[in-house]
Design a protein around this ligand. Structure first.
Ligand code: F6R
Length: 364
């Protein structure tokens, strides 16, 4: 039931602090700030390579996780769309973990890729929201997200819960490989446990986002820019906007702008910039200035410090809480979801049942 909400998508966006806390609670131990993954019967410290396969929003969660696996566990990561992975000839070495990410656990291409990897002798890890799904049944390492049923066709809470699980998994692998000290583990877990409160603080800006949605609704094209782990978030933001508002949108790595897409910039193309303050902030801001110099209209999403430094002259700004870079991808998911949601509401589209889309894609 939708309760007091207008749409399931809206309800599911607002459930995120609760369901992310639930999900983190089943992979982290709060009493001593440690990672506590379920027991499984293979040695995760011996994993030589991680191959991530997924579709759509789940794929973007995988892209964020690639940064974490590399940073914490120093393991090489390959990632692909399931529909592409299946039809190339991927090189799968012995001792690899193939990781499938799916809300439904039934996406046909992802399931077929899983079966292929299983036949090739890979260890099969599954991050899935539906515990009774086909993918859940075929996993060696089953890592459920505890988002609860997701009804809105556009995925929201499943995404942030996937990120929560993947961060815990990357930290676990780092601990087992001896690459993360006890003190570092406590610090990482401490930051992850700050996520639910930070998500709440992000949701507090719902009204601001609702009141600027009319600035984006008339656009024909919208660009999203981000760097590092916020680059997949830029693509996720663009996907959400296309899906439910039918506005053409693209997510780009900030530094790639000048290699082509900057040619699109004029006053009619809003550019949404995701830039939490931190090590990548200055670089992203200089890309933003390139856009501004060409008449581009910018919506800057950053924390108070970032907005103070670079918010002037923007079409609009959206303030996020100041968070550790590890949890920024979870927190910045909120404004991109809410922006897509409110733009769709302004346009009067069917938010929960967008045209041409199905919740679970069980055909190839
Ligand atoms: C985006 C969306 C789709 C799904 C994709 C994968 O909002 O809902 O892009 O993310 O179809 O679905 P699952 O995660 O069920 O495999």
């Amino acid at each position: 039931e939708k309760g007091n909400y207008r749409h399931f998508m809206q309800k599911e966006i607002f459930e995120q602090p609760t369901v992310v806390a639930q999900t983190l609670g089943s992979y982290l131990r709060q009493s001593d700030n440690s990672v506590a993954l379920p027991q499984f019967d293979f040695d995760i410290s011996a994993i030589k390579r991680v191959t991530i396969v997924a579709c759509g929003t789940s794929y973007y969660a995988g892209m964020v996780a690639k940064y974490w696996f590399e940073q914490f566990a120093r393991v090489p990561v390959d990632i692909d769309f399931a529909s592409e992975f299946r039809y190339r000839e991927p090189v799968l070495e012995d001792g690899g973990l193939a990781l499938f990410i799916s809300q439904s656990g039934e996406t046909a291409d992802t399931l077929a890729a899983l079966r292929h990897c299983k036949a090739m002798g890979q260890t099969i890890g599954v991050v899935v929201n539906v515990p009774t799904s086909s993918m859940a049944r075929e996993a060696d390492l089953l890592l459920p997200t505890h988002a609860g049923p997701e009804i809105g066709v556009a995925s929201t809470k499943a995404f942030t819960c996937q990120l929560a699980v993947l961060a815990a998994l990357a930290a676990h692998m780092a601990v087992k490989k001896g690459l993360m000290t006890r003190a570092e583990e406590q610090e990482v877990v401490g930051h992850l446990l700050e996520a639910p409160a930070a998500l709440n603080a992000a949701l507090d800006h719902d009204d601001d986002i609702a009141s600027m949605a009319h600035l984006i609704a008339p656009a024909r094209d919208v660009l999203y820019l981000g760097r590092g782990p916020d680059y997949p978030l830029a693509m996720e933001g663009a996907l959400k906007l296309k899906e439910i508002s039918y506005i053409h949108a693209e997510g780009y790595a900030s530094g790639e702008m000048k290699h082509g897409p900057i040619a699109l910039i004029d006053e009619a193309v809003p550019v949404i910039v995701l830039a939490p303050s931190g090590p990548l902030f200055e670089k992203t801001v200089s890309n933003m200035e390139e856009v501004r110099a060409r008449g581009g209209k910018i919506v800057l999403i950053s924390d108070a410090e970032g907005l103070e430094e670079a918010g002037e002259g923007c079409l609009a700004t959206i303030e996020m809480p100041r968070v550790h870079p590890l949890i920024a991808p979870l927190v910045y998911a909120i404004p991109v979801q809410l922006l897509a949601y409110h733009v769709a509401c302004v346009k009067g589209t069917d938010v929960d049942q967008p045209r041409n889309l199905a919740k679970s894609v069980t055909v190839e």
